[in-house]
Design a protein around this ligand. Structure first.
Ligand SMILES: Cc1ncc(C[n+]2csc(CCOP(=O)(O)OP(=O)(O)O)c2C)c(N)n1
Length: 536
């Protein structure tokens, strides 16, 4: 078969059902091979969205997302999607076309060194130089993307290689020298961790996105139920655990809840699970968890000690390590500690005053009450992200996806596309600001073409709100953040055949959400928000 067909065959053998891409001549043989496959190709409107949609698909399904771009500008447009996935440890295969092998390095039409350009934010990358390597490379690429700490793997395939005839045999096993992720925690470290936890008075667990990446929510709950230790979470750690779970104290960090940060500051043992505790989680503070002994559980040894020194490092798969810890743990007397946290929570948890126009807290709490318990909500970046992280109530199987690590504006719409295509029967809501909407609004075309009835909850404050808030706080002034000449968003939705409502006050919101939920097509709810609205 042709090498291009071999690539598609590998995708089929890896159980890929859907790919997100944008073609060009340097991937034409691959597209021709895809045409003859059952794998569905979703034509996005910009390669960046192919990356985000594949990422949303991967997160929603807990499988690997696949995206495709042509050489040069196409591959370069994909970079933001790859980097966003890398920072959030999302398993992804990015396939790019490359110019002919004999032309590489000659600055020919549409040539770009995509491997060099993405080196620091791919988990691994391959430039295919010989067609016969394709089965091994694809097998390795999938293995590397999903094992250990998940992440994006790039496969760059020159046009002439795609057209080469080859024998196809898919390897049955895999052996990559130097790549052997640790799975089980070292027994001695587990013992040390258990001893320290058992002697603690104020233990606290900090949950990061790694818990979801390891499918370890059940194991986390089992550990908590047995030990009675409360937990806080990072932005990436919000997804997967119910907001109302009695031991869930809430979001920490620079945009976290004060009581959750207070719990971190007072804990005597802090168990970090699948989190790198970067600046957003620590608030950039050197005094973060100053009085606590740190037990750091992570599959990636490079994360341990990077942002915070660990007293007891435990390297391995969070799922397995939580199981190991649960076997040895006994109930800790945390009654006083829990009641202390509850008091902080009561004192801090004040409802934000309702303002004129739409109050984001009110909107997100109402949305939480109205949408189904298995809805998937994506949030963009900015104030809308923080509001969603604070006020979206996760109950049942409800999911929350956002760009936590890179903070990439324009994420929520294409990510919601990936989620809706993965689960057509589930409600999908994309939350965004007026700035972030305009960074990905071209994807309305993909949504229209695939008849996806996604709900857009757009908080329109006529500003790049998050930056405005920062400038107001720091400079007591604002500059370069006004979006005063915004388009008519509802008309824009209409141009794509969607319905929409402009909502000027809290009282109009319920009817708009009801209408959106009943809609057969995508529906835009444009909430007019006070320009001075803040995340505090
Ligand atoms: C691609 C990209 N460019 C710039 C930024 C910097 N940035 C972070 S939040 C923000 C404002 C977002 O505005 P909007 O989408 O309207 O959301 P709001 O903050 O008003 O909710 C900007 C510009 C970013 N995170 N990503």
């Amino acid at each position: 078969m042709k090498a291009a067909e071999a690539i598609v065959k590998c995708l089929e053998l890896e159980n890929v059902k859907m790919v997100f891409g944008y073609p060009g001549v340097p991937v034409a043989p691959l597209y021709e091979a895809l045409r003859n496959s059952d794998i569905e190709h979703i034509l996005v409107r910009h390669e960046q969205a192919a990356g985000h949609s594949a990422s949303g698909y991967a997160r929603a399904t807990r499988t690997i997302g696949v995206c495709i771009a042509t050489s040069g500008p196409g591959a370069i447009n994909l970079i933001t999607g790859i980097a966003t996935a890398y920072m959030d440890s999302i398993p992804m295969i990015a396939i790019t076309g490359q110019v002919r092998t004999d032309l590489i390095g000659k600055d020919v039409f549409q040539e770009a060194d995509i491997i060099g350009a993405t080196e620091s934010f791919t988990k691994h990358s391959y430039l295919v130089k010989d067609a016969k390597d394709i089965p091994r490379i694809m097998k390795e690429a999938f293995y590397i993307a999903k094992t250990g700490r998940p992440g994006p793997v790039l496969v760059d395939i020159p046009l002439d290689i795609q057209n080469t005839e080859m024998e196809f045999e898919y390897p049955s096993d895999i052996n990559i020298r130097g790549y052997k992720p640790t799975i089980y925690g070292h027994k001695g470290q587990i013992k040390r961790a258990l001893e320290r936890i058992k002697n603690s008075k104020k233990p606290l667990i900090c949950v990061g996105g790694g818990v979801m990446a390891a499918n370890a929510e059940k194991e986390l709950i089992e550990f908590i139920e047995k030990s009675k230790i409360p937990m806080v979470h990072t932005l990436m750690g919000k997804d997967g655990l119910p907001s109302n779970y009695p031991y869930n104290v809430g979001l920490i960090g620079s945009h976290g809840f004060k009581y959750a940060n207070k719990a971190i500051a007072s804990a005597d043992v802090l168990i970090l699970v699948g989190t790198r505790v970067a600046d957003r989680a620590t608030g950039g503070s050197r005094s973060f968890a100053k009085v606590a002994d740190i037990i750091h559980i992570d599959v990636d040894p490079a994360e341990i000690g990077k942002n915070l020194s660990a007293h007891i490092p435990v390297v391995g798969d969070c799922k397995k390590i939580l199981q190991q810890l649960t076997v040895g743990i006994t109930e800790i007397d945390t009654k006083m500690w829990l009641s202390q946290i509850a008091t902080w929570k009561e004192n801090y948890a004040k409802n934000r005053p309702s303002k004129e126009k739409v109050n984001p807290q009110f909107a997100l709490e109402l949305l939480s009450q109205m949408i189904e318990e298995d809805a998937i909500v994506t949030a963009d970046v900015g104030q809308n992200q923080i509001w969603t992280a604070h006020y979206l109530n996760l109950v049942g199987d409800r999911r929350f996806l956002t760009s936590g690590g890179l903070g990439t504006m324009g994420y929520s719409i294409p990510a919601s596309v990936g989620c809706k295509l993965a689960f057509p029967g589930r409600r999908v809501v994309a939350v965004m600001g007026d700035g972030s909407f305009q960074m990905s609004m071209f994807e309305l075309g993909t949504i229209a073409q695939n008849h996806l009835n996604i709900i857009f909850l757009l908080f329109n404050n006529s500003n790049l709100g998050m930056v405005r808030e920062y400038q107001s706080d720091v400079y007591k002034n604002t500059y370069g953040v006004s979006l005063s000449e915004n388009p008519d968003f509802v008309k824009l939705a209409d141009a794509y055949g969607f319905n929409g409502r402009k909502v000027n006050s809290n009282s109009e919101l319920k009817a708009a959400i009801e209408e959106a939920m009943a809609s057969n097509s995508a529906f835009l709810i444009e909430c007019i928000v006070d320009q001075q609205e803040s995340t505090l």
